[in-house]
Design a protein around this ligand. Structure first.
Ligand code: ZN
Length: 269
């Protein structure tokens, strides 16, 4: 079986879908859209797995976000138990986030907390031979978080070249950063943001189609023309259309590539 569209990163197991998740997934079924629902801590990772067991269109990604739940200590054994479930296709979203850092002192503290948290999840992904779902968010007007992620991945890549792999979700870097991730073999995924800003046009044009994925990150960042309502996985269609437009490719070709890329990287058959 093969979907029409693939939303490579969503949060349809989050609270915002608790009242109508079945309808949201029914709309996905109708349009043949598949997704990976992503956890950000223990509770949401468990819920991602539970949702993925109920619906064949939904796969799970489990892990701890660098900045969403700062108080939670990382429990590797909890995630190990989830990773034994065959619906779990990746580890994350994990990575580095310096977006809301107020000063240099806070940045040092956050780096000291976030780097080991990220490394533990890279090690878990290597242990279970799974791809990573990476979240990177730099401080305004810098590429700092991406630079740190690249340095960490490069060092793990030296000894784990064949196993270290994954996707940089919600890519918001420049062409130079994009090329460095591509060199490491990582794909880049783009959200509905590309439908209302031209900030990523150059990056999308520069990255080969087989290294791009479509995502919604729903319930966040609803694409045009649905702005103002909660985002959901079926709106990934707008992201696909925009990628096709920017690359000057046929929509059908891009649709198929987005599905193939997600199924290849996340080993979904
Ligand atoms: Zn997310």
């Amino acid at each position: 079986m093969r979907p029409e569209y693939f939303d490579a990163h969503s949060h349809i197991s989050f609270e915002g879908f608790d009242t109508d998740r079945a309808e949201v997934i029914a709309r996905m079924k109708e349009r043949n859209v598949w997704t990976i629902t992503v956890g950000c801590d223990r509770e949401t990772s468990q819920k991602a797995v539970d949702t993925s067991e109920l619906y064949e269109e939904v796969f799970a990604c489990i892990g701890q976000h660098p900045a969403d739940n700062r108080a939670e200590a990382f429990d590797a054994d909890f995630y190990r138990a989830l990773l034994s479930n065959k619906r779990v296709v990746a580890v994350g979203e994990c990575g580095i986030d310096y977006f809301r850092i107020k000063d240099a002192e806070m940045k040092i503290k956050e780096k000291e907390r976030q780097v080991p948290l990220f490394k533990k999840q890279i090690e878990l992904a290597l242990e279970f031979d799974k791809p990573l779902m990476i979240h990177g968010r730099p401080s305004p007007r810098t590429m700092d978080a991406y630079e740190d992620i690249l340095e960490i991945l490069t060092s793990y890549g030296k000894t784990n070249k064949s196993k270290l792999r994954g996707n940089i979700h919600f890519f918001a870097g420049n062409v130079d950063i994009a090329k460095q991730f591509l060199t490491l073999g990582f794909t880049l995924s783009f959200t509905g943001v590309i439908t209302f800003t031209s900030d990523y046009d150059e990056v999308i044009k520069a990255v080969p189609l087989e290294m791009i994925m479509s995502e919604t990150d729903c319930p966040y960042v609803t694409p045009v023309p649905h702005r103002g309502v909660r985002n959901e996985s079926i709106y990934v269609e707008e992201v696909v259309k925009r990628i096709a437009q920017l690359k000057g490719d046929n929509v059908e070709v891009v649709k198929m590539a987005m599905v193939s890329n997600a199924m290849r990287v996340f080993d979904i058959r």
